[in-house]
Write a protein that binds this ligand. Structure first.
Ligand SMILES: [Zn+2]
Length: 179
């Protein structure tokens, strides 16, 4: 099973039969370590890690994927997105994927039975993240239009990350089932 950031559920990502990478790519290691630090602060420890690699994903607008294997988990991050993005957005992407992989939060939910729609228009087109789009649903957003969770199916804008960082961090580990 593969899970995506910035994409829709109907996107087909080729499954991996084995991990492709070893360890965590040095380019994103600081974000990975920061994630572990923040988790620990909230009393969450992970018994297992995830490998994290950078590659050209080339599937629609997908810029991140968490692969769940038997005894392994692996994050793919999109090379182009990482090259052109600001640090805050790289962090948002890494945190999102690690929450899928390390916290076993497999969906784009923000509460029991509350999950964001996986929009079909996320297919195709450029790999541009959608910035704080106007609310598409009645709940799941702050009054400024920012989603209430980093598990929103698009990478959060720098504005949203700056404005709500502490709440996003707290929310990330709600319902975390540590891997
Ligand atoms: Zn996702």
């Amino acid at each position: 099973m593969a899970l995506l950031a910035a994409s829709c559920a109907s996107v087909k990502i080729p499954e991996k039969i084995a991990p492709e990478f070893k360890g965590v790519d040095a380019k994103v290691l600081p974000y990975y370590n920061e994630y572990l630090r923040l988790a620990k602060k909230q009393g969450i420890m992970f018994l297992m890690g995830a490998s994290v690699g950078i590659k050209d994903i080339n599937v629609g607008r997908v810029i991140g994927v968490c692969h769940y294997g038997a005894g392994w988990r692996e994050v793919d991050l999109d090379r182009y997105f990482l090259e052109k993005s600001e640090n805050t957005q790289k962090e948002a992407l890494v945190f999102h994927e690690l929450t899928h992989c390390l916290c076993t939060r497999i969906g784009h939910d923000y509460g029991p039975d509350k999950h964001y729609k996986e929009s079909d228009d996320a297919l195709g087109g450029a790999k541009e993240p959608i910035m704080c789009a106007a609310p598409k649903e009645e709940t799941g957003y702050y009054s400024d239009g920012c989603p209430i969770t980093i598990m929103y199916p698009e990478v959060l804008s720098k504005e949203c990350m700056d404005q709500h960082y502490d709440d996003y961090v707290k929310e990330m580990f709600v319902n975390c089932n540590p891997w």
